[in-house]
Design a protein around this ligand. Structure first.
Ligand code: HEC
Ligand code: HEC
Length: 170
């Protein structure tokens, strides 16, 4: 083998060896975190867990039965999470809680439950939410529909997507 070729191969191997494996592995994915650390004892999906167990009261997310504030409850050691994971989990569950409310406030008057709307009318194509029959891009559609604010649109899209993903897993 010519020397330069051997050198080239060596370089490639060296690069592979030092390349960071799983770049961004330290970014917490709250979906996964929920499934791995809470879903064994609680509902397998965070959306169902929120719906069944959490309530929103004066802007605080509380356990339905215990009445305890979510963050304080996790800070006290429930679920065994470290501080960063608690922050991520609380943000995640709070956002699900608020989105459910958002749908009740702004959409339910004309549509079924979010899960029915999603399953009957929507599909995911190449990661994008689109109308099953209309073929329209729903994120774009929602910025002119249902009186959502700019930051509510992506949240709503996430909620509707989640409804479809939940079904695929079942
Ligand atoms: C080893 C089992 C277990 C794990 C793991 C677990 N929990 Fe729990 N959790 C429980 C039990 C048992 C209760 C009390 C249930 C009851 O009284 O209905 C509870 C209660 C709660 C409550 C209060 C519910 C209410 O109605 O007041 C919240 C909130 C909660 N868990 C969140 C979490 C989160 C978030 C995680 C993941 C980080 C988690 N739990 C992991 C077993 C677990
Ligand atoms: C005043 C009644 C009304 C309200 C409120 C409303 N919608 Fe609609 N929505 C409709 C009607 C009617 C259609 C069908 C119109 C069309 O296809 O052009 C529709 C269509 C849709 C579609 C498209 C389905 C497809 O097949 O392309 C989505 C997604 C949707 N709505 C979501 C929402 C969400 C999310 C909200 C709340 C933020 C909401 N809508 C609020 C009446 C409403």
């Amino acid at each position: 083998m010519p020397g330069f070729l051997r050198l080239l191969i060596l370089c490639v191997f060296a690069t592979l060896a030092v390349a960071p494996s799983g770049a961004g592995a330290d970014v917490i994915d709250p979906h996964q975190l929920y499934e791995q650390r809470c879903g064994n004892c609680h509902e397998p999906h965070a959306g169902d867990f929120v719906h069944d167990n959490l309530v929103l009261s004066d802007g605080e997310v509380l356990g339905r039965k215990t009445g305890r504030e979510l963050r304080a409850f996790l800070d006290a050691g429930h679920g065994n999470l470290i501080a960063d994971e608690i922050a991520s989990m609380v943000a995640h569950l709070t956002s699900i809680q608020q989105s459910g409310r958002l749908f009740r406030d702004k959409c339910i008057i004309c549509h079924d439950r979010a899960v029915e709307l999603a399953r009957h009318h929507l599909i995911i194509t190449d990661g994008e939410l689109v109308g099953r029959y209309s073929k329209r891009n729903i994120e774009r559609f929602l910025s002119g529909h249902g009186r959502l604010t700019d930051d509510e649109v992506p949240r709503m899209v996430d909620v509707l997507k989640r409804q479809l993903k939940t079904r695929e897993e079942k």
